[in-house]
Write a protein that binds this ligand. Structure first.
Ligand code: BG6
Length: 596
């Protein structure tokens, strides 16, 4: 989704906004733009593609106030004209937006009938024209923006730069906006990570809050009830500062290797800290786990742990499919939300409705100061550090490991769990070696590079891993990969297997007798039909003839499932390196989807 950044103060705005946009780029990288003020005149620069320096940008005059935007296209193609900011006809103000105006067509039609002309195809320019229309009625710019914003349907945040007053006005509804309070000035952004090098003091706005920034001062009022507000300035306990690749060629590889640490960071909770949630789970009728994308599969993994380790009646729901469950969800049920960004609209919407219904909300989130955490009665963090690569890796294992610790604590095995998690992270040494990387890249990657369709089979503790593994490979290699529960093979999937079709089987240890038997026989059946077979899992099966390739993973009881996802992350990484794809910023995706 888009990223908004703004600054007003005594520092050089051009560089601040540029660097802020670089830190927001993972939210959308179709195009970007910056607008600054100099002697009450707006100067802006827009471009398509990644945020990068260039001579024309350098031509912008030095300024003390400005706004910027990174775009994930929703309305209108990837062009300079559709890039934000969108300036008014009289060039008195310019505006950026994050979100989608759901009544865009009606509003645009109205404006066209009144003679307004449009340069771009964006819903953002419609907001600009609506403000211009109100201004013609003689109201102030601030008032005009308020009136226009209240007519927008959908989750939107806008920031407007006013040339006449040198002020920034910004309003949010449903999509994120955070204010950063610093000695040198006032920052505003879609997430606090983008201004974290400058301040940890934040104000998180509520829906329909408007902030008016003038120099280093700011005023906040709610445009619905017209009340002025003095929200608390929170100091973030943690804040991620460095978002640097270090020695790695891509953030994805860095984040994959960081898992030996981040699995422990995410489970760095004392039994006492988990107790409030443990108590709530024990008195809840049922536990529903909500998430989208990778977080949806983490919800599946945690539900599996809660059922099989702690006998909790737990099930995962993909956030975007929650509606059909609403009739059966009762206020006695507990909702656990899973999210890296804490701002995914598909997950926020059900939480708003279920909270309304009286359900208790718990959450495990990676970013700080987010909407999902603020909605939660029990908020937990994965503390895995910033995850910049759009495809989620370390946060998936962090979320799943936290779920394992919670389940073991419910089962009265907190100490045991801490021991096993330590053992797991230590044993990952064997995966993060040059030899293992070379095998995955040069043996498996090179075998799969010309294949268009392949399948992943998992069962029981590895069912969600099969789905997540498939998603990882789809997201950045753009290959068509399906994850299945191995049980489905004979009921249809096997029809797709022909000579050379790659099939990856996730092989549990002998401890999981039934599942192990089903997987081995499943791989024998596809082998019999000429499939190219890859095994991932328990080392004791690596020499079986049915496998053309095998990646052994440490099997520490049910934690083997968490280890099993890492080879899929590495396959997707090395395959995409071989294909020359943009690893950290894959096409058409964004790190956090803040619109429906
Ligand atoms: C997608 C991201 O936009 O949203 C995925 O590309 C992510 O990586 C999914 O899993 C859900 O996001 P979140 O932030 O709620 O975990």
């Amino acid at each position: 989704m888009c990223g908004i950044f703004g600054y007003s103060g005594n520092k050089d705005t051009n560089d601040l906004v540029f660097n802020g946009l670089k830190r927001l780029e993972y939210r959308g990288y179709d195009s970007w733009g910056i607008a600054v003020l100099d002697e009450n005149k707006i100067h802006q620069y827009k471009d398509i593609g990644l945020v990068q320096q260039n001579p024309d940008l350098k031509k912008l005059p030095k300024s003390k106030v400005g706004i910027g935007h990174t775009r994930w296209a929703t309305h209108g193609g990837v062009t300079k004209t559709n890039a934000h900011p969108h300036i008014s006809t009289t060039k008195d103000f310019t505006l950026v937006q994050n979100g989608m105006v759901e009544n865009f067509d009606t509003l645009k039609k109205e404006l066209k009938e009144e003679g307004y002309k449009f340069k771009s195809q964006t819903d953002t320019e419609v907001i600009v024209k609506m403000v211009e229309r109100e201004l013609k009625k003689g109201v102030s710019l601030k008032k005009a923006l308020m009136i226009a914003f209240k007519k927008l349907e959908g989750r939107n945040t806008v920031a407007l730069l006013d040339a006449k007053s040198d002020k920034i006005y910004a309003i949010k509804n449903g999509s994120p906006l955070v204010i950063g309070v610093a000695k040198d000035g006032i920052y505003l952004a879609s997430d606090s990570l983008s201004f974290s090098p400058h301040t940890k003091k934040i104000i998180v706005l509520d829906d329909y809050d408007m902030v008016e920034i003038d120099g280093k001062d700011y005023v906040i009022e709610n445009i619905k009830d017209g009340k002025k507000k003095k929200p608390e300035v929170k100091t973030l306990k943690y804040q991620y500062e460095d978002i640097d690749k270090g020695k790695y060629p891509h953030f994805m590889l860095k984040e994959i290797v960081e898992q030996q640490k981040t699995i422990l960071y995410a489970t760095d909770y004392s039994e006492k800290e988990l107790e409030p949630l443990v108590k709530q789970i024990k008195k809840s009728r049922k536990v529903y786990l909500l998430g989208a994308g990778t977080a949806g599969f983490a919800a599946g993994q945690i539900a599996y742990f809660l059922r099989t380790i702690a006998n909790v009646d737990a099930m995962e729901i993909k956030s975007y499919e929650f509606k059909s469950y609403l009739p059966v969800i009762s206020p006695k049920d507990l909702i656990i939300a899973i999210s890296q960004s804490g701002e995914t609209a598909d997950t926020i919407e059900p939480l708003e409705i279920l909270k309304e219904k009286g359900c208790k909300i718990a959450s495990i989130v990676n970013m700080y100061g987010t909407t999902i955490s603020r909605m939660s009665d029990y908020e937990y963090y994965t503390n895995a550090g910033p995850e910049i690569c759009v495809a989620s890796t370390k946060v998936f294992t962090a979320q799943s490991a936290w779920g394992y610790l919670l389940s073991m604590t419910l089962a009265g095995k907190y100490r045991t769990a801490k021991g096993k998690l330590k053992k797991l992270t230590k044993s990952l040494d064997e995966i993060f070696t040059k030899k293992s990387f070379s095998y995955i890249k040069n043996k498996i990657g090179k075998t799969l590079v010309d294949k268009e369709h392949f399948f992943i089979l998992g069962k029981g503790e590895n069912a969600a891993i099969a789905y997540e593994g498939a998603l990882k490979i789809k997201e950045i290699s753009y290959k068509h990969v399906e994850g299945f529960s191995a049980g489905e093979l004979k009921h249809g999937v096997i029809a797709l297997i022909e000579k050379g079709t790659p099939v990856i089987g996730i092989i549990p240890s002998e401890e999981h007798k039934e599942d192990n038997k089903d997987l081995i026989s499943g791989m024998e059946q596809v082998k019999a039909r000429g499939a190219l077979t890859i095994g991932i899992g328990a080392p004791e099966f690596a020499d079986l003839e049915i496998f053309d390739y095998y990646i052994s993973t440490p099997q520490i009881n049910t934690l083997g499932s968490i280890a099993n996802v890492i080879p899929f992350q590495l396959i997707s990484y090395f395959l995409s390196v071989l294909l020359g794809n943009n690893i950290d910023k894959p096409r058409n995706l964004a790190k956090s989807v803040t619109v429906k």
